[in-house]
Unconditional design. Structure first.
Length: 221
């Protein structure tokens, strides 16, 4: 594959992933590849390759005669994704706190400022900045394999984060937890940042259990 073709493929993966994560492409409905390709100004071949990549990431499913669909949010997937994060993230974030350089600390602080600003204004992109902030706290650990796994888990988490933040007040609570995490991380307090991470992920999962259980029952008759 040429560099130009590879760049196009990567761009399409990023663009379609963003549409899935922000809810533009609805779950459990067939993706109209002709219409999407025309809208994005590309042929169906690179688009199909991008959709296959996103299926590997766990965002899409493919079925005979239906093509690709966005996988629905489920309690089972949320349990698996957040359980894996709880196993990997606290230790990794503690190591990252110890090793982070000045530039990495500043980058994490800047990302939280942007996330706070978006939250206050009710702007789009809260989910993406939430993911970027968490990954900034993990990246300095210098564990590329673990980071790649966590990066994928955070992509899968992003739609659940959007779901979690639907009730009023959740954004503010999440950002308070983020500020406490950042403070401990900047102070290189490994034990505290690990403990705060466990609490933060655990609270989100507890909330999602209730929300997804309620959704599965449907509205009252």
């Amino acid at each position: 594959m040429s560099i130009a073709a590879r760049n196009l493929s990567e761009q399409l993966v990023d663009q379609v992933r963003a549409r899935i994560l922000n809810g533009t492409v609805a779950p459990d409905r067939p993706i109209r590849q002709d219409a999407l390709a025309a809208e994005m100004g590309v042929s169906k071949i690179p688009l199909r390759e991008a959709l296959a990549r996103l299926e590997q990431e766990g965002l899409l499913a493919s079925q005979a005669n239906r093509g690709f669909t966005v996988r629905p949010l489920t309690a089972t997937e949320a349990e698996e994704v957040y359980a894996l994060r709880l196993k990997l993230e606290p230790e990794t974030i503690a190591i990252a706190a110890k090793l982070a350089g000045t530039a990495e600390q500043q980058a994490a602080s800047d990302l939280l400022d942007q996330l706070d600003s978006l939250t206050d204004s009710g702007g789009e992109g809260v989910g993406a900045f939430n993911r970027a902030f968490h990954l900034a706290l993990l990246r300095p650990a210098g564990r590329p394999v673990t980071f790649t796994i966590l990066e994928r888990l955070h992509v899968l988490s992003e739609r659940y984060v959007r779901k979690h933040l639907e009730p009023l007040g959740r954004n503010e609570r999440a950002n308070e937890e983020h500020r406490d995490m950042l403070q401990a991380w900047l102070a290189r307090d490994e034990r505290k940042i690990a403990a705060l991470t466990v609490v933060h992920i655990g609270k989100t999962l507890d909330d999602l259990r209730l929300q997804l259980q309620t959704d599965s029952k449907g509205p009252p008759g």
